[in-house]
Ligand binder design. Structure first.
Ligand SMILES: Cc1cc2nc3c(=O)[nH]c(=O)nc-3n(C[C@H](O)[C@H](O)[C@H](O)COP(=O)(O)OP(=O)(O)OC[C@H]3O[C@@H](n4cnc5c(N)ncnc54)[C@H](O)[C@@H]3O)c2cc1C
Length: 314
C-alpha cells in the first residue's frame, strides 16, 4: 500500500527534482496514511540512496541491473513493484515523459502530468496541474484505482525530514528492446531546468559576440545561461539554451531576462520562476508586466554595472 516514487539519478547522483518528487510522495503518503517506497534504477551508492530518507522515503529499492535509458525496461521494473501502490510519483522530466505513459497503459492507471499541488482528495485522486502552457490551471480527477502523478519541477519544493530509509537491493533484470550504446554530456554547464538562477539573453543583445557579459554575470551568480527562441534559431546560442513554450521550462528562484521582449510564448516557459527581473530599453516591453523588478535601460550599460557591483560585494 506504499506510495511509490521513481528517483531519477544522473551518473549516480540524485537531482534536486528527485528530492522534490520524494517530498511530494511523502505528503501524498501522509494523506493516505501510508509510507513512501523509492525506486532507484542503475548504479547508485548506498550513501546517495540513503539521502532519500531525508525527504520522507522509508525504504529504497535499488535495481542496479536495469538500464535507465531503456524506457521499456524501466517501465517493467517500476510496474513489478507497483501492485499495491495507490499512487506512483515522478518528477515531470524527459525520462518521466517516456515512462509514465507506458506505465499508465500497462497498469490501466490514470496518469496526470505537470501536477503542481498535493491532492485535494485521494478518493478519487484530485490534483491541480498546469495547462495551456501555464496559462491555466486544471483540476483533474483520476477514476482508476491507481494514480500516476508527474510533478512539475520546482512547483512543490523540498521538504526535509529527520527520517532515514532502509535499502533493499533487487536483482530484477527484465530489460526491454532498447540498448543505449553510449552517452555524451552536451555541456558541463549548470542545467537550465535544475538551476536556481538563470541569466537569459534575447535579440536585444544584437549578436553572439556580446554574450561575454551574460556568461560573466551567470558565472558570478552561479547561474545557468538561457536565451529566447530567435536567438537560438539564428544560431547565436545553442538550441539547448532556448527557453519558452517550445523550449525548456524554467522554474528558477531568479530569472533575469536581458533584451527579451516578453512574448507570451517566451513567458509561458519561464513564468513559474519565483522572481523575474527584466532589463530592456523599451519601457513598454511586455516583460515589464510579468516581471517582479524591471530596469529600463541599455543592457550594454546595465549589465556591466551589475557585474561590477556584484564583484564588489563578493
Ligand atoms: C508557435 C510559437 C512558439 C514560440 N516559442 C517561443 C519560445 O519557446 N521561446 C521564445 O523565446 N520565443 C518563442 N516564440 C517567439 C516569440 O513570439 C518572440 O518572437 C520571441 O520570444 C522574441 O524574442 P526576443 O524577445 O529575443 O526578441 P525581440 O522580440 O526582437 O525583442 C528584443 C527586445 O530587446 C529589447 N532591446 C533592444 N536593444 C536593447 C538593449 N540594448 N538593451 C536592452 N534591451 C534591448 C527590445 O526593446 C525588445 O523588447 C514562439 C513563437 C511562436 C509563433
Amino acid at each position: 500500500m506504499s506510495v511509490l516514487v521513481y528517483t531519477e539519478s544522473w551518473e549516480g547522483i540524485f537531482r534536486k527534482s528527485t528530492f522534490e518528487a520524494v517530498s511530494y510522495a511523502s505528503e501524498t503518503a501522509k494523506l493516505l496514511g501510508t509510507d513512501v517506497v523509492a525506486v532507484s534504477l542503475g548504479e547508485v551508492s548506498d550513501d546517495e540512496l540513503s539521502k532519500l530518507g531525508n525527504f520522507g522515503a522509508t525504504k529504497v529499492i535499488s535495481i542496479a541491473s536495469v538500464n535507465k535509458g531503456d524506457s521499456q525496461g524501466t517501465t517493467n521494473a517500476i510496474a513489478s513493484l507497483s501492485a499495491d501502490a495507490p499512487a506512483i510519483v515522478f518528477s515531470n522530466t524527459y525520462s518521466a515523459k517516456m515512462i509514465a505513459p507506458r506505465l499508465s497503459a500497462k497498469l490501466n492507471a490514470g496518469a496526470i502530468s505537470n501536477v503542481i499541488e498535493v491532492a485535494s482528495n485521494t478518493s478519487p485522486f484530485t490534483v491541480k496541474r498546469k495547462a495551456f502552457s501555464t496559462k491555466a490551471i486544471e483540476i483533474t480527477t483520476v477514476s482508476s484505482e491507481k494514480a500516476i502523478l508527474s510533478l512539475a519541477p520546482n512547483s512543490f519544493g523540498l521538504r526535509e525530514t529527520a527520517g532515514s530509509c532502509s535499502i533493499e537491493k533487487s536483482d530484477f533484470s527484465e530489460n526491454g528492446i532498447i540498448t543505449i550504446e553510449g552517452q555524451e554530456t552536451a555541456s558541463g554547464k549548470i542545467s537550465i531546468s535544475e538551476a536556481e538562477i538563470v541569466v537569459s539573453g534575447g535579440r536585444g543583445l544584437k549578436g553572439p559576440e556580446n554574450w561575454g557579459m551574460i556568461e560573466e554575470l551567470a558565472t558570478l551568480l552561479g547561474a545557468a545561461t538561457a536565451c529566447s527562441k530567435p536567438v537560438a534559431d539564428i544560431g547565436w546560442r545553442p538550441h539547448a539554451e532556448h527557453v519558452g513554450q517550445t523550449g525548456k521550462a524554467v522554474a528558477a528562484d531568479l530569472y533575469i531576462a536581458i533584451g527579451i521582449s516578453g512574448a507570451i510564448q517566451h513567458l509561458a516557459g519561464v513564468n513559474s520562476s519565483k522572481v523575474m527581473v527584466a532589463i530592456n530599453t523599451d519601457p513598454e516591453a511586455p516583460f515589464f508586466k510579468a516581471a517582479d523588478y524591471g530596469i529600463v535601460g541599455d543592457a550594454f550599460e546595465v549589465v556591466p554595472k551589475l557585474i561590477e557591483e556584484i564583484k564588489k560585494i563578493r
